[in-house]
Design a binder for this molecule. Structure first.
Ligand code: NDP
Length: 375
């Protein structure tokens, strides 16, 4: 059993930023960076909005940060964690003292056992993808899951957003700042998004809706150039129109070609320059289930997030847990000495720079807790 001060689970922006601060504080952090390591930034190409860097590849940003954290005494292991035992879960923790310090246990994928006085969970979240082979092939080549990150590259272009939740509608509105036209493609007639977001997109002159429409293929070789979609019109009388009449129904600016139709569907091709898939995210938190409190979507609740949920009178979240949150540590989870940072906690901002900021907050909280765990 190897004993550490702090084990950080997750080697993306949040985990490595925490490691950098803890290393400089002399706490020699130990990072399980996962396999493959690096988090969501490894899937991004150019990052142009990381403060202080005009432009940097996502993978290079992670590489620089790994070197920076290592330089000050971080140990990074590119391995996944198999299991954890968080001893402060639900606050059933004996008071820590120097003779019997609290130790959380971590087992690596290769079966090695570690213990630590504090844990930072920074396992991130994954954007959900549709799973079409053509989508996978064109990811990073005009197909993205983040309008804030990549919208800038589509000035005066035509882009599509796939999805019907708040994320999709927010992405569409963000994209109108850059793109000439934004097409929202949603598989149902009704949006899942909030009423206010629906009203905003519906009255936006540059947002066009393709409802009851399913994307069947992403088109393009080097870059995405279009989408093949299958529309089931809610008004079936539309299906009696000719192909050219149907094309005339499409928003005038969009190059939409009806390829064929049958008794149920119109099969169409839209020519465009970029596609944003916004069908949800999934936090990587299964490892901690049953040991700390989560919100109803599986994101980790820290003191700050729990307080926010209560302020929003989020009764569903409030009933998820009877655990105690410590107001002295914004980033502490419902287990003593266990902290959360980055996209596994934050389902709102999800930026490299906000993940870095949360990692730093978690590191500062961890340092303070290790020094004086009773506070
Ligand atoms: P949601 O789960 O709310 O919505 C996902 C959307 O994607 C749904 O419309 C769903 O369709 C569609 N979808 C899912 N899988 C597929 C697929 N394979 N093909 C096509 N479409 C698919 O996720 P969001 O990320 O939008 O939101 C997550 C949470 O975050 C929500 O609670 C939301 O309210 C919140 N949020 C709040 C914001 C804000 O307040 N500003 C901003 C962004 C998110 P269907 O409806 O048919 O199931």
């Amino acid at each position: 059993m190897s004993t550490q001060n702090v084990i950080i689970i997750g080697g993306g922006m949040a985990g490595l930023s925490a490691a950098l601060y803890l290393a400089r504080a002399g706490l020699t952090p130990f990072v399980f960076a996962g396999s493959p390591p690096g988090g969501q930034l490894m899937l991004t190409s150019e990052v142009e909005n990381f403060p202080g860097r005009e432009s940097i590849l996502g993978s290079e940003l992670i590489d620089v940060l790994r070197k920076q954290a290592t330089k000050f005494g971080t140990t990074i292991i590119d391995e996944n964690v198999k299991s954890v035992n968080l001893v402060g879960a639900g606050r059933a923790l004996p008071v820590r003292n120097d003779e019997s310090p609290v130790q959380h246990a971590v087992e690596s994928a290769s079966g090695k056992e570690y213990s630590a006085r504090a844990i930072i969970i920074a396992t991130g979240a994954k954007a959900l993808w549709m799973g079409l082979p053509s989508e996978t092939r064109l990811r990073g080549k005009g197909v993205s899951a983040c309008a804030t990150c990549d919208g800038f590259f589509f000035k005066n272009k035509i882009v599509a957003v796939i999805g019907g939740g708040d994320s999709a509608l927010e992405e569409a509105l963000t994209l109108t700042k850059f793109a000439k036209d934004v097409v929202i493609i949603h598989r149902k007639m009704e949006f899942r998004a909030s009423k206010i977001m629906q009203e905003r997109v519906k009255k936006h002159p540059h947002i066009h809706l393709f409802l009851n429409a399913e994307v069947t293929e992403f088109l393009g070789e080097q870059r995405v150039q279009g989408l093949r979609i299958k529309i089931s019109p809610s008004d079936k009388s539309i299906l009696s129109k000719t192909v050219s009449e149907l094309e005339a129904l499409s928003p005038a600016l969009l190059q939409t070609k009806v390829e064929k139709k049958d008794a149920e569907y119109i099969y169409s091709k839209i020519v465009l320059d970029g596609v944003f898939v916004a069908i949800g995210h999934r936090p990587d938190t299964d490892l901690f289930k049953g040991q700390i409190a989560f919100d109803q979507k599986g994101y980790i609740l820290t003191t700050a997030m729990y307080a926010l949920a209560q302020l929003k009178a989020d009764s569903q979240t409030a009933t998820v847990t009877n655990n105690v949150f410590d107001v002295h540590y914004q980033t502490m989870t419902s287990a003593l000495g266990v902290f959360g940072a980055g996209d596994c906690v934050d389902h709102v901002y999800r930026q490299a720079s906000t993940a870095a900021g949360m990692g730093v907050q978690a590191a500062l909280d961890t340092e303070r807790w290790i020094e004086n765990p009773q506070v």
